[in-house]
Design a protein. Structure first.
Lengths: 303, 338
């Protein structure tokens, strides 16, 4: 009986949590599919005209494409630079690790507006394109998540031991990193990537201040349209959420483990062979080696 | 020159000297154990041989070759880790085949070699499983197979059984010994468990504070511990000063009053009724514990606490009383260094 009670309370808590999380999205979706919603519990009508208008607007499609470009370029830079860096620091410079743990928290201490002002004063009018400056700014902003995320993943798989084991088996450091470490921190990397992906995709302050006028991303587009029409802005919001979910699912699918497929393939390939080329040998059957046998075995090994 | 020769090897981590003038020689096909308490440097010494730690002084030869400056991957040394270090993203087959694949061995040959070693460690039905699907014992057998399949010149085992429960540990001790005899491979085993060292080793090197304090066969080491540390670490010895011994046997006279003596707990017996020559003394029972086949009694003898191991039989069970007459043969009192 006690178990049942606990189950009901668990479901109740989960339901309340679910409703709390999903109700803003449902409300926004309802507002985006209506023309009039005031003084009633639910909207008075249903329409898709805001979505049609939105998807027919070339500026919206361009804004989405710009956001995707900015996000993926920044993600690529972050992953390519940070994963090997964190790995090297964790493995070979443990003293630097303590310093880095403090350093990567610095972005929390600097508000985005101040960061943007500093970057503008430093790079405005320089040869470095502001897009690159923005990528750099976002890179710095992602450091707390990226450093700690990758570091925790490395720690959780006992990467030092795995590296040593791989090296003892004949792998060089690069082979060990690519074949052993990267596949095993993939899940941690995926979670960190998704976390900073949504952050980059929805970034507004830095993007708007640095290149907002010339490079309208989806958030800047959303802000502009919000002033024009609330229903349309809601449609942008719903489209934005759905797009985030779709991209996250695609990233998850692309980087997910293919263990199942691989195992099935192996099983097909490793069908038991009835004509084994050597007889089964067990420890119980094996005679202890005499000193001559030891020498013979060792000679064989040398050959 | 022996198969493995270490000469005056020292290693420092900053100011702290972890290994101090270590010298040891190991013959081909031998299984030795580095035995000592935590922090004595035994795992560090193993890692030095593997090439995972760089030492500052001394020489290290493997098969007549100076391997001091050779990378771990080029030393042809295998290593089994305490936490197995199996690659979680690979099946058991892929784990074992990893080293062979790196040597660019043909796939058929890899498969043949892997299956041969997999049979030897009884894991034929697990080759498609992932490490997390195996028990601790199976994971450690996989780790052994993975190291052995590349046919290393020497296999290093860093407390490989310490994470396993007692039953599996005992079984694997037997398996490792048989495997070593079957393949004739040279092994260096690190453990802090003296019983494990006794079961497995041809020779035991006892380490303390970065030094080898004694090396001997298990029987020699148990019978003749060199000093107080070895005596207290290797068995259940009573360590007594000359003054303490005089309290037990007033007729005892030591050449040097500073000498220390060791008496094995099982060499003290309940006194026979007659006919024995040795030291007889009375003890007051403080406590006793049944340890399976033996009963460990603690007696107070004139203010000295003596640990006495008796065989757990009916006669001894009946003889354990608050007062007892005890007996030691003089030859069982061993003089040791402090």
């Amino acid at each position: 009986m006690k178990t049942k009670k606990r189950n009901y309370s668990t479901y109740l808590i989960l339901t309340i949590f679910g409703l709390y999380m999903i109700s803003p999205f449902i409300s926004t979706a309802l507002y985006a599919t209506s023309t009039n919603w005031s003084n009633t519990l639910l909207p008075k009508d249903f329409t898709l005209k805001w979505f049609i208008e939105l998807f027919q607007d070339p500026n919206f499609i361009s804004a989405v494409m710009r956001s995707i470009t900015l996000t993926f370029v920044t993600l690529a830079v972050v992953l390519v630079v940070m994963v090997p860096t964190v790995f090297l620091v964790y493995m070979y410079f443990p003293r630097v690790d303590n310093f880095m743990k403090g350093l990567v928290l610095m972005p929390y201490a600097i508000p985005a507006v101040i960061l943007a002002t500093g970057l503008l004063r430093m790079y405005s009018g320089s040869a470095i394109p502001m897009f690159a400056v923005l990528v750099g700014g976002l890179f710095v902003g992602s450091l707390p998540f990226m450093y700690q995320g990758v570091r925790n993943s490395l720690e959780s798989i006992h990467s030092r031991n795995l590296m040593h084991a791989a090296e003892m088996l004949g792998a060089n450091k690069l082979q060990a990193f690519l074949k052993i470490i990267v596949p095993n921190i993939k899940l941690g990397l995926l979670i960190t990537t998704l976390l900073i992906f949504s952050g980059f995709f929805g970034e507004f302050v830095l993007t708007n201040l640095l290149i907002g006028g010339r490079y309208e991303t989806i958030r800047i587009y959303m802000m502009r349209r919000m002033n024009e029409n609330g229903h349309l802005a809601s449609a942008v919001m719903v489209a934005y959420f759905l797009l985030l979910i779709v991209i996250s699912l695609v990233i998850t699918h692309l980087t997910a483990s293919k263990k199942g497929k691989r195992t099935a393939w192996k099983k097909r390939k490793q069908q038991p062979n009835e004509n084994q080329p050597f007889p089964p040998l067990t420890l119980a059957q094996a005679e202890p080696a005499t000193s001559t046998e030891i020498k013979v075995n060792n000679e064989k090994r040398h050959k | 020159m022996s198969f493995i020769t270490i000469e005056d090897l020292s290693l420092r981590f900053g100011e702290h000297k972890v290994l101090k003038d270590i010298s040891l020689q190991l013959e081909e096909g031998e299984l030795i154990t580095l035995l000592g308490p935590s922090g004595c440097g035994k795992s560090t010494l193993l890692r030095v041989i593997a090439g995972l730690e760089v030492f500052q002084e001394g020489n290290l030869f493997l098969d007549k070759e100076d391997i001091s400056n050779i990378l771990p991957r080029d030393r042809n040394v295998g290593m089994v880790f305490q936490n197995y270090a199996l690659f979680p993203n690979m099946t058991i087959f892929e784990n074992i085949a990893f080293g062979l694949a790196l040597k660019k061995m043909p796939k058929d040959e890899i498969r043949r070699e892997v299956m041969k070693i997999v049979r030897l460690v009884n894991l034929e039905d697990k080759i498609d499983a992932y490490p997390h699907q195996l028990s601790g014992g199976q994971q450690q057998r996989t780790s052994l197979a993975r190291s052995l399949v590349t046919k290393p010149k020497v296999l290093l085992l860093d407390e490989p059984l310490s994470a396993l429960d007692a039953k599996i540990r005992k079984q694997l001790q037997v398996d490792i010994k048989e495997l070593q005899r079957t393949l004739g491979i040279t092994m260096i085993f690190v453990t802090h468990d003296q019983e494990e060292a006794m079961i497995l080793s041809d020779r035991i090197f006892v380490m303390s504070e970065g030094k080898i304090v004694q090396s001997a066969t298990p029987a020699e080491l148990y019978a003749y511990p060199k000093n107080q540390f070895v005596a207290s670490f290797i068995g259940n010895y009573n360590i007594l000063s000359a003054k303490d011994l005089k309290k037990i046997d007033p007729t005892f006279s030591a050449e040097n009053a500073e000498n220390t003596f060791a008496i094995r707990a099982e060499s003290i017996q309940l006194a026979p009724s007659s006919g024995e020559k040795g030291i007889f003394f009375n003890g007051q029972l403080i406590n006793y514990t049944v340890l399976g086949s033996t009963i460990r009694c603690i007696y107070d003898v004139n203010g000295i606490k003596l640990s006495v191991d008796l065989i757990n039989n009916e006669r001894n069970q009946e003889s354990i009383q608050s007062q007892a007459q005890l007996y030691i043969e003089r030859t069982n009192i061993i003089s040791i260094e402090k």
